[in-house]
Design a protein around this ligand. Structure first.
Ligand code: HEC
Length: 591
């Protein structure tokens, strides 16, 4: 924590984990709107696990254990940003950064990063108490637009006001009167499995916004224990109609107030469009698809342990087209739930298949001059996924109009696995942005960092790397030992761990920093998880689980009684029964 004085530039002591950036100076010319006295939403979950650095990358601490093409390096811009998400460059040359903060309500904040003459960055929080800010884009007015689950707002980060911060509470319709943050799109559904907002402005019609509306379910299942065919209706109600999920919506902001009034659905059958990019000259809109999970639960022949199916996709968006979710995947393959019930030839195929579960969360056309010819005009795509195909920055060759298919994706950064000495953390890129100086900025939310990718032609030719066959999944020795131990255990919580937590919760609650809702449930960690579920909580709240009490918060959450249901759609009756059996038995912590 540090104290910050507003409108009075000065030195603040920086609790940056690496201690490498030293004291952070607020730029003397910049007196940001600011009314907070302490930094309460960064630096707490992140810090111990820090990257190893060696030397410099254009003046920044250079990451040591990553593989990059000759002459390409990766430098640390800033650390300690919990759930760093969208980033964009303002006309002033400053960067605006969305820090999601975590999955709980209103933990997010917006930051301005400014490169100082000494090469370090100042970092100033300009808005807080924002609900899960994710996408960031600069509008035709030069202002930053920030996407939240319920809507998209714009604001002037340099504006000086007496009351610059929004009041507590989700930034929703009722906050529209908040003068500083202007909600310009206010009807995003923001519920279910994929609530996060990403969007882009059209190049040809500048006040047009294309916004992701992710699906509420995984693959249209009606409840977690749904069985085909009745549990997977055809047509899927969620995927069709005016208010469908799994679509890209088009909003017109061209009116004098630049506030949307309704939307049209541009394209559907797109499960979660977390990366969107508009080609700078042709205007082509590209989407990258985060495809469904658990296809092997329906048909074990469809995947291996590495989750190769279904592939992720890059789609070229044609207005009015339907891209097949949830009925079809890959190039016209019918989903196991919909066999015999749909005709996949009716749906538009992707332009390119990407590796399964790569989780592309950000992409940008390389429009700069700094990197050599093989990069120019091509598409940079960041893979967030933790499996071995994921966590890398790739370059997808495209034609002059930005259409992929000109060749397979090449690697620009890889090696974000834990190093042999265990010192380097995994990394997971989120947003990808090309700055005016031609360098590439990445947000990376596994370690809460912003990174800058730079090319020095005196150090190599920068040639992108051929992809390597994925290695075995990266699982720590600790986790392997825990999983072996768990397989032998017979106590009631270990059954819950195997059948409920490992199958239905760890994908969100086992991923730090932040952990969904602040609740940590690690894979195979029966002892630790049982303790965490039994422990008293801050703020005088009861433990998630009290022995013998079947109205414990955990049970109510699983049933969706009095709380939003966990996970969306709930668990099966058999899974619920295992949880209740453990609680009835006195909720013992495994020994
Ligand atoms: C798709 C991601 C996801 C999955 C899967 C998921 N959760 Fe959550 N969980 C969240 C998010 C996001 C929150 C915080 C928002 C909220 O409270 O609704 C949360 C909150 C919670 C909370 C309340 C935490 C608090 O103190 O506010 C509990 C308890 C919980 N989850 C239990 C579970 C259990 C048990 C499972 C598995 C059966 C599970 N969740 C699966 C995303 C997930």
């Amino acid at each position: 924590m540090w104290l910050r004085r507003c409108s009075a530039p000065g030195v603040r002591s920086a609790l940056l984990p690496l201690g490498l950036l030293g004291a952070v100076l607020l730029g003397a010319a910049f007196t940001p709107a600011c009314a907070t006295t302490q930094d309460d939403d960064v630096g707490e979950d992140v810090g111990e696990e820090a990257y190893t650095t060696q030397g410099k990358c254009d003046g920044l601490p250079r990451l040591k254990n990553l593989q990059t093409p000759p002459g390409v390096c990766v430098g640390i811009v800033t650390t300690g940003i919990t759930f760093a998400r969208g980033i964009a460059e303002l006309p002033s040359g400053d960067f605006v950064l969305a820090a999601m903060g975590g999955w709980a309500l209103d933990k997010g904040s917006v930051w301005i990063l400014r490169r100082l003459p000494d090469g370090t960055y100042s970092r100033t929080r300009v808005a807080k108490l924002i609900d899960k800010p994710s996408g960031v884009a600069v509008g035709p007015d030069g202002l930053p637009y920030i996407g939240t689950p319920n809507g998209i707002f714009r604001f002037d980060p340099y504006e000086q006001t007496a009351d610059p911060l929004p009041r507590r509470g989700a930034f929703r319709d009722t906050d529209y009167k908040q003068p500083r943050l202007k909600l310009v799109i206010r009807d995003l559904p923001g519920t279910g499995r994929h609530p996060l907002s990403r969007f882009v402005f059209d190049k040809r019609s500048p006040w047009t916004v294309y916004a992701n509306v992710g699906s509420a379910s995984d693959n249209c299942e009606q409840g977690a224990s749904a069985q085909p065919p009745s549990g997977f209706p055809s047509p899927c109600p969620e995927a069709e109609g005016d208010n469908a999920r799994g679509v890209i919506r088009k909003y017109d902001l061209s009116n004098p107030d630049h506030v949307a009034n309704g939307f049209t659905v541009v394209a559907r059958g797109l499960r979660n469009s977390m990366a969107l990019a508009v080609h700078p000259t042709s205007g082509a809109l590209l989407q990258s698809e985060n495809s469904r999970d658990s296809i092997n639960k329906r048909d074990a022949s469809l995947t291996d342990h590495e989750g190769d199916l279904p592939h992720e996709e890059i789609n070229v968006i044609v207005p009015g087209a339907h891209y097949g979710w949830p009925y079809c995947y890959d190039n016209g393959a019918v989903a196991p739930e919909y066999r015999g019930r749909v005709d996949c030839s009716r749906y538009t195929n992707p332009a390119l298949l990407l590796p399964g579960h790569a989780a592309p969360l950000g992409m940008a056309f390389y429009t700069g001059q700094l990197f050599p010819t093989p990069y120019q005009g091509n598409l940079l795509v960041g893979y967030h996924g933790y499996r071995s195909h994921g966590h890398r920055l790739t370059l997808v060759p495209v034609d002059a109009n930005g259409i992929p298919g000109a060749g397979e994706p090449l690697d620009i950064i890889r090696g974000w696995e834990k190093s042999a000495d265990g010192n380097d953390p995994q990394g997971a890129p989120v947003d990808v942005m090309v700055a005016k100086d031609g360098s590439i900025y990445l947000t990376e939310d596994k370690n809460g960092t912003v990174l800058r990718v730079f090319f020095d032609r005196t150090q190599g030719d920068g040639a992108p790397m051929r992809p390597v066959a994925p290695t075995q999944p990266v699982v720590s020795a600790d986790e392997q030992a825990r999983c072996r131990d768990l397989a032998r255990r017979t106590d009631p919580f270990s059954a819950v761990q195997r059948d409920v937590i490992d199958t239905a919760c760890v994908s969100c609650h086992g991923v730090g920093p932040g952990y969904a809702g602040g609740l940590r449930l690690d894979k195979c960690d029966a002892v630790g998880n049982a303790k965490r579920l039994r422990a008293a909580r801050t703020g005088g709240r009861e433990a998630y689980v009290t022995p013998q009490n079947l109205n414990s918060e955990l049970v109510l959450r699983l049933k969706g009684q009095g709380y939003p249901q966990m996970p969306a759609g709930g668990v099966s009756p058999e899974q619920l029964e295992e949880v209740e059996a453990w609680i009835r038995a006195g909720a013992p912590i495994p020994q």
